[in-house]
Design a protein around this ligand. Structure first.
Ligand SMILES: [Zn+2]
Ligand SMILES: [Zn+2]
Length: 245
């Protein structure tokens, strides 16, 4: 196994990024080393670079939407083997707060965000807690699995857990970008009717209709101050054909 790897590094002081050779991280207790196959680009990665997202480390490797294969097991890891295809959780519980000590790690009081509080996966390897891994079936390509880590799991939590959207309930989605596009699809999967998409870009509204939205509306913009429905008739006929598939 090699000792060094290439990794993207973001420097807060100069707001610059560089690709550098750094040591391959060593998995600690309960952790695994993952050979990164793919890692998405999240808007929050870009927000860290342009300064709108507050930095948590002076230098950090970015990227928190990663898929790959396990390259090495740390001490006390059970249930996983080298070569297993996995998605890495985009954050890690502290394991020391009151909730973590009760075993309620999902509600950790000091949750650390991958690629902000600790090094991410725009690198050849990344270290992850074994308890945060998700197994990827052989029939799911790793390039598709990577976005499940954030761009799909976050809207899944919003629709299924937080919103508890049910069959026949109406849902409005403002902003049909990476997250919103998946909210539209997940809302459709759980049986929401109608699914209403709102955005300022016609192209993403057309995409929302193709992916299962019943209606799509252009949001009023501060510039023109008008609201223009996007042909509800065409929208509903398109949604009927989508639903019949
Ligand atoms: Zn993200
Ligand atoms: Zn905790």
């Amino acid at each position: 196994m090699v000792d060094t790897m290439r990794a993207e590094r973001f420097y807060v002081d100069s707001k610059t990024i560089a690709v550098e050779d750094v040591p391959v991280p060593e998995p600690g207790l309960g952790e695994v080393l993952v050979k990164v196959a793919f890692c998405g680009i999240c808007h929050s990665d870009l927000s860290l670079i342009n300064g709108t997202f507050p930095p948590q480390q002076p230098v950090v490797t970015q990227g928190h939407e990663a898929s790959g294969t396990i390259a090495k097991l740390g001490p006390d890891v059970t249930g996983w083997a080298e070569g297993d295809r996995v998605i890495v959780a985009a954050g890690r519980p502290c394991l020391t707060c009151a909730n973590c000590l009760r075993g309620d790690v999902a509600n950790c009081l000091r949750l650390q965000l991958m690629a902000f509080a600790y090094d991410g996966a725009w690198a050849e390897y990344t270290v992850a807690q074994a308890i945060g891994l998700t197994r990827v079936p052989d029939n799911v390509p790793l390039e598709q699995a990577a976005i499940l880590a954030d761009a799909v799991s976050t809207p899944f939590g919003a629709v299924v857990r937080t919103g508890r959207v049910g069959i026949g309930e109406s849902i409005g989605v403002w902003g049909i970008g990476g997250i919103g596009t998946h909210i539209v699809q997940l809302a459709r999967l759980v049986g929401a009717v109608p699914v209403i998409a709102v955005d300022i870009k016609p192209a993403v509204l057309d995409r929302a209709l193709e992916l299962g939205a019943d209606y799509a509306f252009e949001a009023a913009t501060p510039r023109c101050g008008t609201r223009s429905p996007r042909s509800p008739t065409a929208a509903s006929s398109m949604s009927r054909s989508t639903r019949s598939v």
